[in-house]
Design a protein around this ligand. Sequence first.
Ligand code: AMP
Ligand code: MG
Length: 389
Amino acid sequence: MVTIQEAFSILKNNLPQPKKEMLPLAKAKRHILAEDLVAPISMPPFRQSAMDGFALGLHDGLDYEIIGEIKAGDAQQVELKGGQAIKIFTGAPVPDSATAVMQIEKVIVSGTVLQLQEHPKLQMNIRPIGEQNLKGDLALEKGTLLNAACIGFLAGLGFTEVNVYKKSKIGILVTGNELVQPGLPLDYGKIYESNSIMLEIALQEAFYENTKIYYVNDDFENTKNKIAEVLAENDVILISGGISVGDYDFVAKALEALQVETLFYKVKQKPGKPLFAGKLNDKMIFALPGNPGASLTCFYIYVLPTLQNISGCNSDYGQTISKKLSHNFTVSNARNQFLKAHIVGDEVTVLTHQNSSMLNTFSVSNGLMYVEDGGYKLAKGTAVEVYVI
Ligand code: AMP
Ligand code: MG
């Protein structure tokens, strides 16, 4: 049995080295960049018109002769003499000989005669080469979380693939003879199996999409063989249930038989005391308690930061924010607790139905309030630590 803090530091010290992979840009969202990226081109790559208007071969007067037009995407080279103008559109290449672009709103056109309504300033409405970045500039730094803007920026520089930290392939193994899939009749003694879909969605919400669900009944040999299969096919495995001390909880024995190294087994916490973490070579194994509330709590507190660290994020374990209790609260004399709670603005409210088997109030919870083991009262307004979920 370890404390919560011990569990955090054990995990931190046993993280597998993040692996890298090349991914097409469109698949790289929410991945962490595994190397510095240098811009292969300047942006813009040519002098670009920032406006619809007229590129000017500058002279002193306000009247110009219009000699043609340049659309976005055109490539013709035009030599503008002083007093000549060419119609130009946003994004079109500005001739080297042009010294300014006057926007369409500030001119009068009659036939081929252009009259400016004000004097142009030099280089106005022209985006110079490399205004955003020059070829060879650092575009994005290693460690950047790739969001939509990053992906757009890289596409604009012509990247088609990027080197990122690999996201783990995650196997979810569900144990329990009593479990029935939703949609089937619920016979006496059975309950609907809800942990696999819950964990899979929690993973998806955190952008871990590479998951597979497996099932096994409460039998030692089957459990051992199934865990071996899941281990062979995945980088990280999450086992649901079967990790307590009942006669039909075979996960701990099966893991031992498979020579999985125990990082810790049992944490001084409520819910989620039976939590197991282990590793085998560079694979991580979490055995989560079957009780759905405990399972999800352990997922947010231990599994998610671990997955993030494996995929190149520097995620701290035990990251909380401080909120004020919205009501008086008596902390029962139990282990350190993660309490389903609801944050609104500066305040947090502890929800009802704290039992680890229950998910009804977890559904409306947006935080887990952490309290040290108890037998004491917290007054309304007391500052408390909350894990945001
Ligand atoms: P266990 O950890 O296997 O002892 O299970 C603890 C409790 O959680 C029992 O009441 C189980 O029926 C329940 N439980 C276990 N696995 C699931 C699951 N996948 N979905 C819903 N409830 C579960
Ligand atoms: Mg069970």
